[in-house]
Design a protein around this ligand. Structure first.
Ligand code: ADP
Length: 257
């Protein structure tokens, strides 16, 4: 706590009392710590691929380029690492834009059905790569106040995670429902699941349950932080229901028109 005191002096210099101002700075300290952690995380995340690209290119320049299989395998790694770097920079810029004070989404009356159809189209190729299936359950369209492109981004992101954190040959169920006030999107997988104590943390920037696994799958660790911001910009909510070894269900509620 910060405490300031000042005497209050009345007429003829008479001492009337003291005004004390107490300011709770624990929240400020917490925010400062989050900011420092973020900078440290960004630096680490950026350094890792750069170190790798630098190391492999140096080895090639030192003569390894003459060995064709080695040349190819090193180039592949360098290509993968530069992709990672590009995605990371994209997600960082996106997050910083979304977190700006005054960031808004363009809310208009619109149907959620088209959003889910588009997200299914966009993620189809990745699904096929893993021999997985979609099951789409939409009885009728639901009109919400939304920004079409942002909602497609939210759904695509959640479906991509569902694919990433599921074994081959499993099914992802995509449901469109509603209650009295909200349109509800559910993305349910039969994947690895998330431990109870980790569930709240997955929305933190750079938080990953399994760092190595997420990295290898090409994740930046920023996806769910971005999703949460976008859902909140819609005045909506996102909820996670998950059980380890059974699967995860992401539930997004968006206010109806
Ligand atoms: P990443 O780029 O690592 O996927 P996200 O922010 O999208 O980052 O997700 C954060 C972490 O939450 C992931 O690293 C993963 O551990 C966990 N996670 C997200 N979605 C799922 C899911 N459908 N099933 C299991 N774990 C998940």
């Amino acid at each position: 706590h910060d405490v300031y005191g000042a005497p209050v002096i009345g007429d003829h210099g008479r001492w009337l009392g003291v005004v004390i101002v107490m300011h709770d700075i624990t929240e400020l300290i917490r925010l400062e710590q989050i900011r420092k952690d973020f900078v440290a995380n960004v630096s680490h995340e950026l350094r890792t691929p750069v170190t790798s690209i630098k190391g492999f290119s140096e080895t090639l320049l030192d003569g390894a380029y003459k060995d064709e299989p080695m040349l190819l395998s090193f180039l592949e790694i360098m290509h993968k690492e530069s992709n990672r770097l590009q995605m990371l920079i994209q997600d960082l810029l996106e997050l910083s834009k979304i977190e700006q004070h005054g960031f808004t989404v363009n809310l208009m009356p619109m149907g959620l059905q088209d959003v889910l159809i588009r997200a299914v189209e966009l993620t189809g190729p990745r699904l096929d790569e893993k021999d997985m299936n979609f099951q789409v359950e939409m009885e009728h369209d639901v009109q919400v106040m939304g920004d079409v492109n942002r909602l497609i981004q939210i759904a695509t992101n959640l479906i991509t995670n569902a694919i990433t954190y599921s074994p081959e040959d499993t099914t992802i169920t995509i449901r469109l429902k509603e209650n009295a006030t909200h349109g509800i999107i559910e993305i349910e997988d039969q994947g690895i699941g998330i431990e109870k104590h980790e569930i709240a943390r997955v929305f933190e920037r750079f938080y990953r349950v399994d760092r190595a696994r997420s990295r290898n799958s090409g994740g930046t660790g920023l996806g769910l932080a971005i999703v949460k911001h976008l859902v909140e910009a819609h005045h909506g909510r996102i909820q996670v229901v998950s059980e380890v070894g059974v699967g995860t269900k992401m539930i997004v509620c968006i206010p109806k028109t």
